[in-house]
Design a protein around this ligand. Sequence first.
Ligand SMILES: [Zn+2]
Length: 402
Amino acid sequence: MEYKNNNTFSFEKVKTLPNGLGRAGIIHTPHGDIKTPAFMCVGTGGKVRYLSMEDLKSINAQAMLSNGYHLRKPSFEIAKAGGLAQWSGWNGPTLTDSGGFQVMSLGSGIGKVVNMDREKEVVNAAKKDRLTVVEEDGVYFTDPFTNEDEKIGPEESMQIQCRIGADIHMAFDELTSLADTYEYNVEALKRTERWAQRSLDEHKKHHMDLGYYQALYGVLQGGRWEDLRRSTAKKLAQMDFDGYGLGGAFLKEDLGEILRWCCEELPDNKPRHLLGLSRPDDIFTGVRMGADTFDCVAPTREARHGRIYHRYGYYSINKQVHLDELLDPECDCPTCRAGWTRGQLRALKKSENNEEKELYFRLASMHNLRFILRLMENIRQAILEDRLDEYQAQFYKDYYGK
Ligand SMILES: [Zn+2]
């Protein structure tokens, strides 16, 4: 059954994997379609760093994810321009995160960290002097740039996101750390569920303000506990959300199980977004367990640091090897098609000249993003042709050597 809301936002399932969870589909939005599984390029402030909108089109990007926290101040200007798609010049499908993750991680250092020891250290050390305080009405924090005290709760987050006007919004949630206790997770999860209802209520008041339907996803938390993950998925499934965000910090070995618990409880006619992951093995796991869209800053951030993605695993451009080869001879990105060699890119990266450095950032970012976008396209095609197992086996053999 196709899920439709207001005839402008809908999710169409095209093919389902034999496990009943993973699928290929199409998300229809007011600014265009997203063929899933899909990767959304992260343009936190409304632009992917160092890339023009033409660059994004040239790598076949389908959607851009921006951040409600970073765009909270220009949000009034964005609304005046007619919304994020127009303001940014992207003119395609967009999604905004609620800003909860950014606000929460300001104070605690919480990330998508999958190292338990480091996580424990950070949480225990930071608790007493966090820059953020979680209360029932929202999160109080100090802006690290202006030193001003601010508060964002479900209502503020929805008002900000509705001014930004992305096609898809995320409900305001509390991200817990892997090091937080079960008891704390229970408390935080109940708060996130109350915030989910308040997000829905506020969103309904503003979601047509820019003249087109803006969809809202509920966000699932619950840490590593099956009872919490399933109960919150059941509860949010009963609410009037257009789709779901699969949230939380994950240990790599838990990812598949946690996603399975969530997606088994969610309605299968609504889309699901897995927040903040882009390692190829995580993407395969996510797709198989029912995630439709993904986003992550890693492909561009790692490109800037010199980590280049390649069919046979990634390598460092900083090393003095294979300098006259292309980044990846089999790659179809604009950088590789134009014939840029590793040696040329390495020289640009090491250059003292800012323009040359920025050219490196742009060329390397396009290559890494295209690698992930192509992976998603290949996964989708493999699902449609009933050969995901074979495709995955070949990819793992090449990329991970196993
Ligand atoms: Zn390339």
